[in-house]
Design a protein around this ligand. Structure first.
Ligand code: FVH
Length: 303
């Protein structure tokens, strides 16, 4: 993995290698990328299915294209930021991609990205898939820490890395075009697990008139942040295969305490539906020889 996030977050003052590009898709995210490229001095051609969405960007200096085909023809580098993979296929269907460098920032699955890469290459283009790890307000704001995972053609990435680094940090994660999408979804899945835990925690306290959710929130955020330190340990244990060394909070201990969590949910009239799958998995692992382990063994049960 090549980590370029740290050296890519500053906005280039004068684009050198690829001063012009085309962007298809001016939704919330596409428009944020467009504003960042315009602010960095790039010559930007834009196209959106609904033309009205381009107006503010045209006022800011973007060049409108009357069709996706015209937009693609305007620049060697073409970026798509559309709703889903089907919209990418639809928007590019009647375009000439021969000799183009196509960067697709649309969120999709690993297999969609691989298929899109083969599709683009068969049409004469180099292809790079991007997974955006940011929300629109983070784009063009280096200190916000947003970045994009890229995979696919490393030659394309190197050719355009200055351009790609203008809106957000960049991180090339290998030649397999599906790996940016896969890691994007994996990271977001981790986020949803955190949200599930937070939803359960808020549900437990919301019935108490003396506990303010707003005052409880920083306690929860601080605790979840501190506990994220276990994630590197899980990664190291999965790599080494040793799931017991260094474990301070064993599964056996935690499973023994599960009843406390379920009883508390019952006392507070809170559904345990977000909690029980995690405890069920921990119990299964502990009961099949993993009682001295931490959380790494749970990954084995899922794969
Ligand atoms: N916004 C976010 O927080 C997340 C952050 C992480 C990455 N996602 C993904 O980014 C892709 C674009 O998201 P977006 O926020 O720009 O989405 P919308 O504002 O809904 O804009 C969608 C654009 O796609 C165009 N579009 C939709 N269907 C088609 C189609 N069949 N043919 C051509 N274009 C299409 C739509 O055009 P219009 O509705 O204005 O005509 C917008 O330009 C996305 O993959 C997120 O998952 C964002």
């Amino acid at each position: 993995m090549t980590d370029t996030a740290s050296d890519a977050v500053s906005l280039p003052t004068s684009p050198s290698t690829s001063p012009s590009l085309t962007l298809l898709g001016l939704g919330a995210m596409g428009a944020a990328f467009a504003r960042a490229w315009l602010a960095a001095g790039y010559s930007l051609t834009v196209w959106n299915r609904t033309p009205g969405r381009a107006e503010a960007l045209i006022a800011a200096g973007a060049r409108p294209a009357a069709s996706a085909a015209e937009a693609v023809a305007a620049s060697p580098l073409v970026v798509t930021c559309l709703l889903d993979d089907a919209s990418v296929g639809g928007a590019l269907a009647d375009t000439d991609l021969v000799g183009k460098d196509l960067v697709d920032l649309t969120t999709g699955t690993l297999s969609q990205a691989r298929a899109r890469a083969a599709w683009a290459e068969a049409r004469g283009a180099r292809f790079l898939s991007g997974g955006i790890m940011a929300v629109p307000p983070m784009i063009g704001v280096p200190e916000a820490g947003g970045y994009v995972l890229y995979s696919g053609s490393q030659d394309l990435f190197e050719t355009h890395r200055t351009t790609l680094a203008a809106p957000a940090g960049t991180r090339f994660v290998g030649g397999n075009p599906g790996h940016a999408a896969l890691q994007d979804v994996a990271l977001l899945s981790g986020m949803y697990g955190m949200i599930a835990g937070a939803a359960h925690a808020f549900a437990l306290v919301r019935g108490e008139k003396d506990i303010s959710p707003a005052e409880f929130a920083p306690l929860l955020a601080g605790w979840v942040g501190a506990m994220s330190a276990v994630i590197p340990q899980i990664g190291q244990q999965l790599e080494s295969g040793d799931y017991e060394s260094g474990v301070t909070s064993s599964l056996a201990m935690q499973v023994a305490g599960a009843q406390t969590f379920l009883a508390t949910a019952q006392d507070q009239n809170v559904s345990p539906e977000l909690l029980t799958p995690v405890f069920d998995l921990m119990r299964r692992r502990a009961e099949t020889g993993g009682g001295r382990e931490g959380f790494a063994g749970m990954v084995d049960l899922l794969t």
